[in-house]
Design a protein. Sequence first.
Length: 310
Amino acid sequence: MNGTAIQTLNLTRQFGSLKAVDGMTFEVPAGTVFGFLGPNGSGKTTTIRLLLGLLKPTAGSARVLGFDVASQPDRVREQCGALLEHTGLYERLTALDNLHFYGRVWHLSAEERDRRIQKLLTDLDLWDRRHDVVGTWSRGMKQKLAVARALLHQPRLVFLDEPTAGLDPVASAALREDLENLVHEQGLTVFLTTHNLAEAEKLCDLVAVIRAGQVLMVGSPDELRLRAGSPQLEVVGRGFSEMLLASLRARPEVRSLELRDHHLTIALSDGVDTAPLVQEIIAAGVQVDEVRKGKASLEEVFLTMMEEQQ
């Protein structure tokens, strides 16, 4: 699928004196996983509600799949799936009954419902539990079923608002893997908000970092690391003395350093030769197990950007 799935221009939503969304301009190419990253209260959920036509902009505009969100909200929602803060599941019904209900809401034929339900539940490893009452399921299983609900009518675009929030690491990893497989198989566009920066780094083709309702930067995870991150030297070993750490901090090429659990991370200026640093660490008597060079993680870039905006 080619083209632009979402396009906003100075999109703004004000509640009294508060600008929850403040002049946002960005594009989401069709067929991509677009991560929308920001701290609590930064405007992520309000933006989704604007893009789904559930709220009207105070100013600016947005088009989703070619439809204006203010004047054509019904057309937008016909083409989209959404998993917001609530799963939208009926816990006294079975998984099968839940999806058949939503299939009828979307006017799918009985044959199409059967086909889609079996495929989605199979892909999400829930088919054998289809006759279970949903209220007896774990939170992770409910989230998987909610994803199936959002994808049932084969939308061109799906909004996922913190889909792994509150899940344990195993359930989060399982849902993330399922999402990745579904996205690649179906080629749909995903607008994803998440607090999990490692999740965004693995899933997203593009990422927008927002704060206080404003977009700070948009790019691929690699581009953000290059533009906002710094080169790093990571040294794993034992025997880091305070004298050595003070000496390293005093070097002009060292921007910052952190020692945690025998793991020393040094943020450097661009183009630095790291050999003298390694030599100094070894000469100071550190028992070095491993040395790695690399770029800052997306999480480190995100935290740096948040600190710069304070």
